[in-house]
Design a protein around this ligand. Sequence first.
Ligand code: ZN
Length: 262
Amino acid sequence: MQTLPLHMIDSHFHLLSIERKGIEVDSLLNTMQEHSMEGIDIGLDANDLTARAKRFGGYPFVHLSGGIGPWGVKEGEAPIDSQLETLQEQLIKTNAVAIGEIGLDNHWDYGSKVNQEGLLTAQMEIAEQRNLPVIFHNREADEQFITLLRSRGFSRQGVFHCFQGGEELAKLAIHKGFYLSFAGPLTYKANKGMQELFTKMPAERILLETDSPYLSPNPMRGRVNTPLNMEHIYRFAAELRGIELTDLIQQVKTNFHSFLRA
Ligand SMILES: [Zn+2]
């Protein structure tokens, strides 16, 4: 058994993608279980929820979300309406705890802002109907998200995953009841602004995640990421905030359960 701290939450990972990178996911899940880890296996497209439920539904510490990311509007993808229909069918058959990841991405060339916003808001409606929180993906879209958040209320507290936005969006998101989840990039030397922002955010609104298999934290950068690397993120984050590791782990666990209402 590896010596990892106990009870770490990883609020965002993609197990099927980790598996595709050549990691033994069943032994990974066993190690996570041995260390009382808990987290959410996150959806990427309309089709993956049922398959993930079949594959990981037996692990009670793995929650599932379902959603179509901004890449769903790429040329060559199925029409948006049929993707949304597929997602709805799969949500009925599984017990997803959140809708996501969904969002806006101006970094990659996925498709027009209008189409991305259409797909995003349609899924925000689904989340409202199903009384589920949303998991937002934001890449270089602070302004659009600011406009969107200002124009709406949310019945459930959502989360901005892998937060890389600016202070204005961070403050508004907190004001609207959202959580901000920080990932491996928090540990990168170049991200001083993000680190400073992180230390200013209220403790009760912080979540932490790996976004595995992507974005490995220091000192694992460049390798395939897994939820076991949460240790590096927790240690770095605790040091930044000047608090004990065990206190941060407990705080994030409390936050995560209030996000899930579980
Ligand atoms: Zn993700």
